[in-house]
Design a protein around this ligand. Sequence first.
Ligand code: 0L1
Ligand code: MG
Length: 255
Amino acid sequence: MALHNEVVAGLAARLDEAAVAGTAIPQVVSAAGVSADDAYAVQAALLDRRLERGERLVGLKMGLTSRAKMAQMGVDEVIWGRLTDAMAIADGGSVDIGGLIHPRVEPEVAFLMGRDVEEGDDFASSVEAVAPALELIDSRYADFRFSLPDVIADNTSASGYAIGPWQQPPAGLADLAVRLEVDGETVESGSTAAILGDPRNAFDEAVRLAARHGVRLRKGWVLLAGAATAAVPLPAGAEVRAVVAGLGTATLRAL
Ligand code: 0L1
Ligand code: MG
């Protein structure tokens, strides 16, 4: 049975108000018995509230793209969320994290859509550029603990992102070394292989899963493919860099 509109709106309001106030809440979505599929309706309503405040939808993000994170949550499918222009952080710029609950940062790969993407379209004909990226995540749930419906409704913990220099997609993306640095120290290292075996697979999954909810990647949109290492806590004052071999660096400073 589809979720009642008032329930969807009420849950979206709880999550939105938690984000605006920077105050953690309990796992209200799973407590209401909402399925993972229905949680995308809550996510859409949550995003509508941001759009009503003047934000613009500019892309999508994939979450739980590593096998380790999927196993940790007992799921076998990745999840996706939405990006707005207000979440963008200039590469090399700063982001005020004072209003966040428990920010973390993770190194990613970003894709730029060269055209409106339909189901069945492939990576090569759809993605015009690739870049190293940092994602800032901040769960609105206490202790960063949630079930799958909770995190889907919470827009997959999306909070911000910085994108490094765009370049034409290289021939291979499957096994590029990735480093996450905080104040010049390497705190995590891994490979783009952690992103579904090859970040290009994240594009296919984004197209397939978002289409189930009537969402298509549009020309000019960004897709964050997923994290190549674990996320780390982001303290105020830290300068963070994602270094992806062959792609370059994305940088942000937390204020
Ligand atoms: O971007 C991500 O992979 C995060 C997905 C949600 C789970 C989390 O907050 O760690
Ligand atoms: Mg991420």
